[in-house]
Design a protein. Structure first.
Length: 253
């Protein structure tokens, strides 16, 4: 893979939310391309299962609660002590709450913004310092198409993801002098265990209506993970401040 611009050989990538869903698949696909993975998540058993399934050697996991913003600095120091400088950061962790806006409290907004948005920006602030992050590295924030289109009941969630997209543009400018790229990915409906559980609660007609909105059908976690591989690799060295929409054609209609 030495001459393959899509290779992640020799790169170290930190991934939040790696114990499940998109983060887990991203960790797996990045390891296949040669990266060393620093997996962060709240579920220790799932993280253990993940690290045992990754290809290659040198991977490490940390159990971490993203609501503990004050502890991010210590975590970043620990990662640096074990790995040296980092080449990539993927913020895949996130929480969702579906409810009409009239039923949302200030604490609901605060919780979603703290986990989905503020923790991402705080990780970038701490991790992307010169002593921690390599020149020419890559940052990826997992947003959502709900930041771009309206869906009932997702006011707080949509706002948290929209803030990621807006913030990433400014961060891309600020870090461009060190050739650090900052991009977002906005997935459509992805076939994760949580999504399948949600779809199973819908009536047959509502389920068919939801699925019919995607010309190419709903996506798989690997569809997003492969895009992460591209954005982490040298193949995307001239791409920054962009929002990559991967939604099976949902937003083209």
């Amino acid at each position: 893979m030495k001459d393959n611009p899509f290779s992640l050989q020799g790169k170290t990538v930190v991934i939040t939310g790696a114990s499940s869903g998109l983060g887990r698949e991203c960790a797996f696909q990045c390891s296949r391309m040669g990266a060393k993975i620093v997996a962060l998540g709240r579920n220790e058993q799932r993280l253990n299962d993940l690290t045992n399934s990754l290809e290659g050697e040198g991977h490490k996991m940390w159990t971490f609660d993203l609501t503990n913003l004050d502890d991010i600095n210590n975590l970043v120091n620990d990662i640096h002590d074990n790995y040296g400088k980092i080449d990539g950061f993927v913020h895949s962790a996130g929480v969702e709450k579906t409810a009409p806006s009239k039923l949302l409290s200030p604490s609901d907004y605060e919780n979603l913004l703290r986990v989905n948005t503020i923790s991402a920006f705080e990780f970038i602030r701490q991790l992307c310092q010169v002593k921690y992050f390599n020149h020419g590295g890559s940052v990826i924030l997992i947003a959502s198409i709900t930041a771009l289109i309206a869906r009932n009941g997702l006011t707080a969630y949509s706002a948290s993801k929209g803030a990621l997209i807006s913030g990433a543009r400014t961060l891309a400018l600020e870090y461009a002098k060190r050739r650090i790229r900052v991009n977002t990915i906005s997935p459509g409906t992805i076939k994760t265990p949580l999504m399948e559980q949600y779809l199973s609660t819908l009536s047959e007609s509502d389920r068919e209506k939801r699925l019919a909105g995607f010309p190419l059908g709903i996506g798989n976690p690997s569809d997003i993970a492969h895009a992460c591989v591209y954005l982490l690799s040298d193949a995307s060295q001239w791409m920054t401040g962009q929002n990559l929409i991967i939604d099976g054609g949902y937003t083209i209609k």
